[in-house]
Design a protein. Sequence first.
Lengths: 115, 112
Amino acid sequence: DARVTQTPRHKVTEMGQEVTMRCQPILGHNTVFWYRQTMMQGLELLAYFRNRAPLDDSGMPKDRFSAEMPDATLATLKIQPSEPRDSAVYFCASGFGQGLYQPQHFGDGTRLSIL
Amino acid sequence: SQQGEEDPQALSIQEGENATMNCSYKTSINNLQWYRQNSGRGLVHLILIRSNEREKHSGRLRVTLDTSKKSSSLLITASRAADTASYFCATLGKTSYDKVIFGPGTSLSVIP
């Protein structure tokens, strides 16, 4: 089965460090989503792309977060500088067609701990 | 504010019993989706039901949608221990500005 691949699966780093999370969407999918999941806030949409163009990043703290798609096979989410409140599980999901109107396929996430 | 709210927050049943989870939402939707999340894993799509549909089935899963009450239910029949997971409903509004919004989830425990 085709899968969304996220790396790294776990990341522990100190406050102030740059964190880069990577996502390989399912081949052929043209929509990519980044989510953050915490116990308190649940699953929050941070940003999404269609055909590599950012459509919405209103859920992302702009001063420290950035999301890009250098090519169709790679999406990145960067945090610089990282803070303890960024500790969460970050999920990437991909979809096809109109994206929001179709099922999303999730990776297994990056569990991020900022000390 | 959250669009979808699942009920109950947690549910514990014996293997073989049926499990019913409900989702209520506030504004008109284009579609509603149900996802499952096993511990430590990503979400897995289960069923998508459009606003003009009332019921859909997939194996042991049955989803209903009542747009007049702004609610949906997910029924898992003949539950198995492997069904232990968190279940989320996700709604998409009707306008072009709307995004898919996930509810807080129902944690289901199926006891062997």
